[in-house]
Design a protein around this ligand. Sequence first.
Ligand SMILES: [Zn+2]
Ligand SMILES: [Zn+2]
Length: 161
Amino acid sequence: MGTPYNALKTNIGFMLNKPIGFSRDFSLAYDEIRISSDLEVRNLKSDYRLSRTQEGLLFQGTVSGEIDTQCARCLEPASVQVKAEIDEIYFFPDRVHDESEQVIPEDGYIDLGNVFRDYLLLEMPINSLCKPDCKGICTECGQNLNLAECEHTNGRIIFDA
Ligand SMILES: [Zn+2]
Ligand SMILES: [Zn+2]
């Protein structure tokens, strides 16, 4: 179901034989794409630069997109626009200092989807709203107050903005 999520594997092998300091700019855009097994993004855009360094490859850029989530007030589906700055180093295997560091994959393919996912999810707001003035749900009867009022509210908004 949905779109496959391996579309964003990118070959960085050609960068590894370049002289230190060599860099190249990339940019990509997708209307809708599943970037990992658990995340689909609309209007995904990324501009990034790969630079060859002494220790490996520097990956710098921006990524943005729209992610589906749930409204914190009414629990209905909501969509948030997220943007993140990427700053990541992929080390040659013999240059790795500790386990938390990224290693240049043996096959020379970086899974951009995973990188984008990690950075985008970090920027997700904790309380996303379906709309700025969402009225939420009644804590007594569960009525979605965007759709109708209930006997408990008398038109009062339960959640402060
Ligand atoms: Zn809402
Ligand atoms: Zn109610």
